[in-house]
Design a binder for this molecule. Structure first.
Ligand SMILES: Cc1cc2nc3c(=O)[nH]c(=O)nc-3n(C[C@H](O)[C@H](O)[C@H](O)COP(=O)(O)OP(=O)(O)OC[C@H]3O[C@@H](n4cnc5c(N)ncnc54)[C@H](O)[C@@H]3O)c2cc1C
Length: 412
């Protein structure tokens, strides 16, 4: 009989760890709090699941993780991920390096993992909450995994209990942090990341939502924190979209500490100063009997035009011939610097990842937990978070595979 490996948490990292441990001959059991495995995984990538990314770099992860990711990605990177999914029947496709299942369905990924888990005779116990992991004093070498219903004796335990990010249905309640702290592990404060931001009520937002290409820069006072480009989404109460989510990893700490953060949107990110001056000079030739609204009609999205005019307290029915050239130029310049005062984030429930978590100082290259031989960690529970684009799931597969292999290979 192989080693008795218990995997606490049946999300992306836990399922992957279970498959690798079982393939290595271990007797594996997954304990999952939710009614089924992979609940969060099934909603990833807007239901399409962005499994990984071919442009994989350690610097796309948080500073504390960068050095470690270099090692871990060299052991198990995107190529291994693609090969692994092929081995369980999931063929993938690349969209500019972003890797998705060909089916276009995250549910395919979950079902294929479940099928492999079943095929390998991994036992799955759902609706059971892991409460603690303790050394079994009766023999000193194994562990007791204590749930709200039962106790299990394990040779090895893989803790893959996830984070605080995601909708209520994903059960991301951060239990893992408490359980790991009980084992003496260090912890770094957590914040929601890959998340949008609420803006000051006085900030004028368009009546309808807007999506538009922009460069968004975040400032603390005069200091630029970070800048990102992509499709910006503006709603009645805040800003979101890929560039805001990417930037959120750098900005969230300041927002949570209620520091005065201002975001500035440039809706002409592809224009350098001289290109924009040339564009303006062409536009300014249109200062005739048309209205301001007509003047701006083809310059930007109509909702953005409304927002700019409201912010500048200008009436759309003003006639261009009554607006001085310097004023018209100033209106056009505004499209390169529309400001939003950030008041808060949309919080853990709407975030895709948690930054912070269990300290990597306590984690070995094989994902083992220092001072607790036989215990391993995997996934977002750890202080590892990556950019949007398949990087967080890549860490789930990387850490899950390494932990699963190591936990099932330990010497007696
Ligand atoms: C809406 C959304 C979209 C996303 N899209 C992408 C994407 O396209 N690409 C990408 O790379 N990343 C994406 N992410 C991030 C990615 O889903 C996570 O990084 C990844 O799922 C983390 O895997 P994990 O196994 O560590 O945690 P989880 O997948 O959260 O799994 C943890 C599991 O542990 C269980 N659990 C928790 N506490 C207990 C307990 N006490 N006892 C037993 N079980 C417990 C939970 O129920 C859960 O099943 C997205 C996240 C969200 C919220």
């Amino acid at each position: 009989m192989g080693k008795k490996v218990y995997v606490a948490g049946g999300g992306a990292a836990g399922m992957c760890a279970a498959v690798y441990a079982a393939r290595n001959g271990a007797d594996v059991t997954i304990i999952e709090k939710n009614t089924r495995l992979g609940k969060k995984l099934s909603v990833t990538g807007n239901g399409r699941c962005n499994l990984t990314n071919l442009d994989m770099r350690p610097e796309y992860y948080n500073k504390a993780a960068e050095g470690r990711m270099k090692t871990w990605l060299s052991l198990y990177g995107p190529e291994e991920t693609i090969r692994f999914f092929k081995s369980i029947g999931v063929i993938v496709k690349s969209e500019d390096g972003y890797i998705y299942p060909v089916s276009g369905q995250a549910s395919t990924v979950v079902s294929a993992l479940e099928n492999e888990i079943k095929r390998l005779k991994v036992k799955v116990i759902t609706e059971s909450q892991v409460k603690a992991v303790k050394r079994d004093e009766s023999d000193g070498s194994s562990y007791l995994l204590i749930t709200n219903k039962d106790k299990y004796r394990a040779d090895s335990v893989i803790l893959a209990l996830g984070s605080l990010s995601g909708a209520k249905s994903t059960m991301s309640t951060g239990d893992g942090y408490y359980i790991c702290k009980q084992l003496g592990m260090g912890y770094k404060d957590t914040y929601p990341a890959l998340v949008g931001f609420k803006c000051e009520a006085g900030d004028v937002m368009p009546d309808a939502g807007v999506r538009a290409g922009a460069r968004i820069s975040f400032f603390l006072g005069d200091e630029l924190i970070t800048s990102e480009s992509g499709e910006l989404q503006i709603s009645k109460d805040g800003i979101s979209g890929i560039p805001v989510m990417q930037a959120s990893r750098e900005v969230i700490k300041f927002v949570t500490e209620k520091k005065p953060i201002v975001a500035s949107a440039d809706f002409f990110p592809d224009y350098d100063d001289s290109d924009f001056e040339a564009l303006k000079s062409d536009m300014l030739k249109l200062r005739d009997d048309r209205t301001l609204e007509e003047f701006l009609l083809g310059f930007a999205n109509s909702n953005i035009n409304d927002m700019v005019l409201k912010k500048m307290k200008l009436s759309p029915s003003m006639h261009m011939k009554n607006i001085a050239e310097s004023m018209a130029s100033c209106i056009l310049d505004r499209y390169r610097d529309i400001r939003f005062n950030i008041t808060d984030s949309y919080g853990y429930l709407q975030s895709q990842v948690t930054t912070g978590g269990m300290s990597l100082g306590d984690i070995g290259d094989d994902m083992s937990v220092a001072g607790n031989p036989g215990i391993f960690c995997a996934g977002e529970l750890l202080d590892v978070d990556g950019r949007c684009g398949g990087y967080n799931l890549q860490f789930a597969w990387t850490s899950g595979s390494i932990a699963g292999t190591a936990a099932s290979s330990m010497a007696d």
